[in-house]
Design a protein around this ligand. Structure first.
Ligand SMILES: [Zn+2]
Length: 322
């Protein structure tokens, strides 16, 4: 506990002293505005850093430069892979550089509208599960999925109040599904940066295609605990979801690994427990070779347009598929 608190403080200090454009005064001001959050909790920062550093590695030629080869590589059809996007936190207005994971409501709306204009169908985790099952039953040499349409999946980690206040109205208005991975103890006990309540989660489930899934009960990453404790936290998260959101029917058992950390033993034990979809923060796209115990995702950072997200998906597909 003490260690986590120290870590949290060091992040806060780094934020205040570091690259962020927000000064201490701006932080105080913005915290007073409903729906605006200047502070970034540790769980967001760790997931962001992990994902972005892996992505940089994947898309660079080792000199920090984007590989020229990629642009010459044959374009992989968008029907051959499924991008799974990862969001965290939302704000009403731009929080400035250095707030990497805070996406504005307007950005989210533009992105989804663009995906739809480009002919993408946004799918639920249940549909993703179905498509993966179909691919598993029909193994082929090539990594392309050969789908009949372009699909895309939206996921959000941690379960912040901003998901309910700012993102949910967009999902509802545009009639698209979204999967939120909630830290169940934080919802129940109101821990850390404000989370939505179980009542608000129920409202989202009732009025939209938003569904709530498992991000463990306590957000302790697999590399900071033993396998037994980790599996127990996943099962506790699952039980909380089933108890608090009994109205949520026919959902798959899906987990987003805290900080994207996992081990082969944990993956296997969770599959045996029925956790059929396990999401990481490893950059990439879903294709025929994707393991359902290590589903890659594309991190959406502030300031990205829908077009940029699809370009990134294409580049990651080219870098990770044959
Ligand atoms: Zn998280």
């Amino acid at each position: 506990m003490k260690r986590r608190l120290t870590f949290c403080l060091s992040i806060l200090l780094a934020l205040t002293a570091g690259q962020t454009a927000l000064g201490a005064q701006a932080q105080t001001e913005s915290q007073n505005i409903s729906g605006e959050y200047a502070e970034l909790p540790e769980e967001v920062l760790e997931e962001m850093e992990e994902s972005l550093s892996l992505e940089e590695e994947l898309l660079s030629d080792g000199n920090g430069e984007t590989s020229a080869q990629e642009s010459q590589a044959p374009e992989i059809p968008a029907t051959d892979y499924i991008p799974v996007l990862m969001y965290h936190h939302f704000a009403q207005r731009d929080m400035g550089r250095g707030n990497g994971v805070v996406v504005t409501q307007a950005e989210l709306e533009e992105q989804i509208t663009y995906f739809k204009e480009q002919g993408y169908r946004l799918i639920s985790l249940e549909e993703l599960d179905h498509l993966l099952t179909r691919a598993e039953m029909n193994p082929k040499e090539e990594s392309g999925l050969g789908l009949s349409a372009k699909y895309l999946c939206i996921t959000i980690d941690d379960g912040y109040y901003s998901n309910y206040e700012l993102a949910y109205p967009v999902f509802r208005k545009l009639r698209v599904p979204a999967a939120i991975f909630a830290i169940t103890d934080s919802v129940t006990n109101h821990v850390g940066l404000r989370k939505f309540t179980w009542k608000e989660a129920g409202e989202m489930i009732k009025n939209s295609q938003v569904r709530i899934y498992n991000h463990t009960s306590n957000h302790v990453p697999a590399d900071e605990t033993d396998a037994d404790s980790f599996v127990a936290a996943v099962l506790a998260g699952q039980e909380a979801l089933e108890t608090k959101l009994a109205q949520q029917k026919d959902t798959v058992m899906a987990l987003a690994y805290p900080n994207g950390e996992y081990t082969p033993e944990i993956q296997q034990r969770l599959l045996e427990e029925g956790i059929q979809l396990q999401f990481t923060v490893t950059p990439g796209v879903v294709n025929r070779n994707t393991s359902r115990a290590a589903i890659p995702r594309i991190m959406v950072v502030s300031g990205m347009t829908g077009e940029e997200i699809l370009e990134r998906a294409q580049r990651l597909a080219a870098a990770t598929m044959e």
